[in-house]
Write a protein that binds this ligand. Structure first.
Ligand code: CP3
Length: 355
């Protein structure tokens, strides 16, 4: 394997010294980029991009070619590949987000769900990871990812996106044993899926718990955090002679940082509702932090974006252990030049915080 030319992302996650604060953006390959929209048109649709390793590699590299400041690449795929591989039949209705042909409603539905084999059932993702690693040729590290069991369960039970998670919450409170069985099967699936990605070449992994913050404090512990803890304890933590850092991102998890920090990950992803400096004081030396600019700041002018980047860097203060990111994914309406201004500002303004 080629040696990494830029490893400041991995170093910051492990709290090793860096020259400037590393940066990447959640959803950095996506619809705000005209070159992404062109590739999607050629492939036909979003899932065809994901299922063809050459296309997945092409769109993964697009933001890196446009923005030399990016310190990491993220596999182009989706969290819903796992429920699809469990037989739920994922499809995308234009403008309506993800949908499933089959919905999980009863204990019998859950008992019938298979645990996918990453190589047999999700081989296209493993191939995408190894293709991207080869093409990156050591430029920056590659991040693999998965959804959290709770977040995946919401899509499987609702049959798609939801505002109130009515069916999923009803199942959780009416039939907690059924919900636990579903989450346990998902935790097993996610563990082998992420380990498959690591063996195929992912150099860090992120667990997206996008809907964890929608649970009560007690339900979060029992139905989301417990399963992420279980996944993390089953992950390969060293590969190719290097640590493979794990990042946990619970959107809306700011109130529970101490217990999230205790779940075994190397870093926590933060949304923009918490103060980064305060989060650092709360988690102490236990984990690194990733985040947390409000993605809608990118609608403002470059000068305002730069001011906000400066504010967040000052809030974190001196030293390593911070990976700059947005607090959630970049949105399709963002002007790509504003994303460029954001990334440049992070490197330019952060040098003063490192020795
Ligand atoms: O960050 C990256 O660049 C990697 C790619 C990535 C995608 N989805 C591509 C994508 C990642 C990491 C995801 C994760 C994902 N997918 C999450 C967790 C992160 C988050 O944003 O909270 C969730 C909840 C999903 C499920 C999902 N996939 C939804 C709700 C949608 C529709 C959303 C929308 O904006 O329309 C998708 C589709 C999707 N996944 C797109 C992309 C680029 C847009 C598809 C298109 O091109 O039309």
């Amino acid at each position: 394997m080629t040696a990494l030319k830029n490893d400041r992302f991995l170093r910051a996650l492990l709290k090793q010294p860096v020259d400037v604060t590393p940066v990447w953006m959640m959803r950095q390959a996506g619809r705000y980029l005209p070159e992404y929209r062109a590739s999607r048109a050629t492939a036909g649709d979003f899932m065809s991009l994901c299922m063809n390793p050459e296309f997945a590699c092409e769109v993964t590299l697009q933001p890196l070619d446009r923005y030399p400041q990016l310190d990491a690449a993220i596999l182009f795929s989706d969290i819903l590949t796992i429920p699809d591989a469990m037989g739920q039949g994922l499809y995308f209705e234009t403008g309506e987000g993800p949908r499933f042909k089959k919905v999980v409603s009863t204990l019998a539905d859950i008992e019938a769900l298979p645990i996918p084999d990453p190589h047999k059932d999700l081989g296209y993702v493993m191939d995408a990871v190894s293709t991207i690693r080869r093409e990156l040729n050591g430029r920056v590290p590659l991040i693999g990812f998965s959804g959290s069991p709770w977040t995946l369960a919401t899509y499987m039970v609702e049959g798609g996106s939801s505002k109130d998670f009515r069916k999923t919450k009803a199942m959780l409170y009416d039939n907690p044993q059924a919900m636990h069985l579903l989450l346990d099967k998902l935790a097993q699936s996610v563990t082998s899926y992420l380990n498959g990605q690591i063996m195929a070449g992912a150099q860090a992994v992120q667990i997206f718990d996008t809907w964890g913050g929608n649970l009560s404090a007690a339900a979060y512990q029992e139905f989301s955090l417990a399963y992420m803890r279980k996944i993390i304890s089953g992950l390969i933590r060293e590969h190719e002679g290097r640590k493979v850092p794990v990042i946990m991102f619970t959107k809306g998890g700011g109130l529970w940082l101490e217990s999230i920090a205790d779940a075994g990950a190397d870093a926590l992803g933060l949304d923009w509702t918490c103060d980064l400096g305060e989060a650092r004081r709360r988690v102490g030396n236990q984990v690194a932090l990733q985040g947390n600019m409000d993605p809608t700041v990118l609608y403002a002018k470059p000068e305002a974006i730069r001011t906000e980047v400066g504010r967040i860097l000052a809030s974190y203060g001196k030293g390593t252990g911070h990976v700059f990111n947005l607090g959630h994914g970049i949105t399709p309406e963002v002007n790509p030049e504003h994303a460029g201004a954001f990334l440049r500002a992070v490197h330019e303004l952060s040098a003063q915080y490192h020795e």
